[in-house]
Design a protein around this ligand. Structure first.
Ligand SMILES: [Zn+2]
Length: 232
């Protein structure tokens, strides 16, 4: 697919307008137009799954300053000497500590340490622990599961604090599979930003949950056309 003119190709095939865009940007647009980011001046959305997707909408306009999107802020390095690498191979980037992979890795580590825990029962030999299971356990009152999510939230808060110096968001919306943790994640994110970000930034940053789930990218893609070709 390198340098293949996909949009032109599809446009000719279907005789319809075609746009290519970044999934993080589209999720941000969707939340701005139809989700929990409406009327926000500076909106950042973060999709926390196996990786970290991100988008920025300012005054209703999606921002694409770097390679057609806002770059790859999920790969900022937060632990330079980390033993962990993300799926793309960076050592110690934010994704290594603030993604579903981190939730699962930390859950398995704690399960080994506390063999009588619920997490240990979930990860009985041969069982992988999924992020959804850890979140379920947290909702059912399991403290270790809550600790895992709070730690991932703390790392997200550290990453988002750094992001805030570039994007200066009024609202940060958290989406993706890990966001099903709700307050177990958000409380820790908010606390970390409050403690660590410079007041000029921290004072106006709200953190909430994205609303449109896995459909955000699709809805954002549709919104490109509704706003660009309103008469069609
Ligand atoms: Zn990375």
């Amino acid at each position: 697919m390198d340098n293949f003119p996909l949009a032109d190709f599809l446009c000719q095939r279907f005789d319809l307008p075609v746009e290519l865009d970044n999934d993080g940007t589209l999720a941000a647009l969707a939340e701005y137009h139809y989700g929990s980011g409406q009327n926000t001046e500076r909106l950042v959305t973060v999709t926390v799954g196996t990786g970290l997707g991100a988008g920025l909408v300012v005054d209703g306009h999606a921002q694409r300053p770097v390679r057609g999107c806002i770059g790859d802020p999920g790969h900022i390095i937060v632990e330079p000497d980390s033993p962990w690498r993300c799926g793309l191979g960076c050592q110690g980037c934010l994704e290594t500590v603030a993604s579903s992979l981190a939730v699962e890795r930390e859950a398995i580590a704690l399960a080994k340490q506390f063999p009588d825990s619920k997490l240990a029962r979930l990860s009985a030999p041969g069982n992988a622990v999924s992020t959804a299971q850890v979140i379920d356990a947290a909702h059912q009152g399991d403290q270790l599961a809550r600790d895992v999510l709070a730690e991932v939230g703390r790392w997200l808060g550290i990453g988002l604090t750094s992001w805030s110096y570039f994007f200066d968001p009024d609202l940060i919306l958290i989406g993706g599979g890990v966001s099903a943790a709700g307050e177990f994640l958000l409380a820790s994110i908010r606390e970390t930003i409050r403690e660590r970000a410079l007041p000029a930034y921290a004072n106006h940053i709200q953190v909430g949950l994205a609303q449109l789930g896995n459909d955000a990218g699709l809805i954002g893609a549709a919104s490109l056309f509704l706003y660009r070709y309103p008469e069609e």
